[in-house]
Each structure stands twice: as structure tokens, then as C-alpha cells.
Design a binder for this molecule. Sequence first.
Ligand SMILES: [Zn+2]
Ligand SMILES: [Zn+2]
Length: 297
Amino acid sequence: MNVFKVEGNWYKGNLHSHTTNSDGPFTPRRRVNYYQKRGYQFLCITDHNKVTEVEGEREEKCLVLKGAEYDVMLDKGQSAHFVAINMKGDIVKTENTSKEEVIRQIKEQGAEIVFAHPCGSDLPLNAIFAVEGYIGLEVFNCNFYCREREKAYSTTYWDELLKKGQRIWGFASDDGHGPQGTPMGEDMGCCWIMVKASSLSADSILAAIKEGNFYSSYGPAILDFQIEERECYGKTSPVKKISLISDKRRKDFDKKNCLFSQFEFKLKGNEKYLRLECTDENDCIAYSNPIFMDNRK
Ligand SMILES: [Zn+2]
Ligand SMILES: [Zn+2]
């Protein structure tokens, strides 16, 4: 499936955020208003190990998805975080609940799992490879603690898992906490996903995300990305670099410091999938999801 071929409307949202119900600085109500004022159309609230209800007057313009961020233990004792999107209520979990049981209970509610900040959690690739049941990774997480340690990017993990044949999506998530000692809001409203869905409802947004019908960004916009036979082409907002990443290679293209917004490239023809990154003049990046050659319609 190619998000630039399917019918629907674009909706901007963020899938990872904390409130005063765990370690965030804002109440759930204030958090939703904050995102709505910045043009976000949906927000998933993901407090640590609990599902948060948003009380008070509902802002109709911003859809609130219920979620949570669960601590789980991987096979060799590593600690990982799963972001669960579109939860109905809390699961039954103690420190000793296995990751399989956490995944089972999340899926039982009809929710989906994004593997949060693998680089920020210092996880080895094989620990992630052993996990089944999630739909994608946070390839960019702008949480202050990840950025401070230069561990915001997890694209290397994504590429390695894609090369191994996993069909997983890449998410850019705020993971806003507003830590003490830094300006409040520094890690909020920084990045987003643009989802193409039939309507702004929880079911419709979740179905589109599950299909990979979105792209992630913290700057540029991807307006079109198509693959025809042995070439690919597309449009973006003005960028200084386009990168095409396949299972075989990564190629970067620029126009010697000139900004451009259209591209057209030849392919080798032996790629199993292709994904696009574009970088704007502020060094901010947008990430398309991979288009798999056997499912590119
Ligand atoms: Zn986390
Ligand atoms: Zn978080």
C-alpha cells in the first residue's frame, strides 16, 4: 500500500505524550489544548503503565486517543517501552508480567503497539528482533532525555529490521515530559505523523496507521512519492536533500545548496522496498514509510 495512492484526508497527530497522571507537566485537559492550538488534529495520551481519561469539556477539533506506555522486560532482562494506541482501559500488569502477556492484553483491547525509542533504551538489535506483535518503531523521539544523549534517532534499527524482512512502520513522536531545568514544552509539539484516513475517528485513524498510511516529520512535508516500474518520483516541501533507502543501499541526492521540491530517480529494479527521507534547510527530516515492491498499489 502507498499512502500517496489511497483515498482519504490528511490528519496531523502525535501518538506519545505524558500528563500529570504520570510524569508530565500538564494535566490531560491542558495537554490536549496545547496540541490543538498547534494544529494537531489527534493526540494519544500515553502515561506510564496506566490509561488516562481526559476529563472536562471536550475539544471537538482534537481527537483524543486513549493509550499508555508500558514498561516491559525483554528476554535478556533489558527494559523496553511499548506505546499502546487506542486502549479502552487498564491492563492487569505487575513488574513480573511477561512481555507476551502485556502484548496479548493490549491486542485483546483492539489496540496497537509502537516500540518506543529503541535507541533511547540502549537496546541491542537482536533484543528487538525477538519481539513480535508491534506495528512499528519510533524512528525519531524528541524526548529531552533521548536528545540530550544523542539517542533520538532509531532509523538504523528500522533499516536493519526491514532488511530482515519485517514489515514495520516508522513513527516520529514527541514523548513530551517537559523535564525540570529545561523550558517547559521543549519536547512537545516538535514532531508529528501525517495520517491519511477516511475520517477523524479513533477507528479510522488506527486502521490507517496499522496499514502504514502515514508519514513522519519534524519539519518538511512529503506531498507525493510514487514508484513506477524502474523509477520513483515525488514532491516535497522545499528541501536540500532527498535520501532513498532500500534493502540494498542508501543514496543521497542534493542540488549543491539549492532547495528543490520535486525529484525523479531511476531504480536498479532489484529493491524489495524503498523508503524516502527528505531534509530541509534547518536539517529537519521527514520519513516516508517503506513501499514494498510486491504491494505498491
Ligand atoms: Zn519511554
Ligand atoms: Zn514516554
